[in-house]
Design a protein around this ligand. Structure first.
Ligand SMILES: [Zn+2]
Ligand SMILES: [Zn+2]
Length: 88
């Protein structure tokens, strides 16, 4: 009598797929590279490979000087977003 459980798992998988598709569609808009001011459409700048700012995810604290940053680099120390090294 575990049929109900199986259906729940299938439903969860379907919801995850729908969410993934929604994320892909949302990433289709243009953005301007903060490093070279080139207008880009993908997740990385075609000119210098800079990651799309939205991809790094909102506001972060610079480990170098403690400043609150919202770009890919700290405006004060020039430190790269900590997440960048983890993504490899
Ligand atoms: Zn660029
Ligand atoms: Zn800093």
């Amino acid at each position: 009598m575990r049929e109900g459980m199986k259906n729940t798992i299938c439903l969860a998988a379907a919801v995850i797929l729908i969410l993934l598709n929604a994320y892909s569609a949302a990433g289709a808009d243009n953005w301007v590279c903060p490093a070279c001011n080139t207008e880009c459409t993908g997740n990385f700048c075609a000119n210098d490979g800079t990651a799309r700012p939205e991809e790094v995810g909102g506001v972060w604290n610079c480990p170098e000087c403690g400043a609150v940053c919202d770009g890919i680099l700290c405006a004060y120390a020039g430190t790269a977003h900590p997440v960048d090294s983890e993504n490899g």
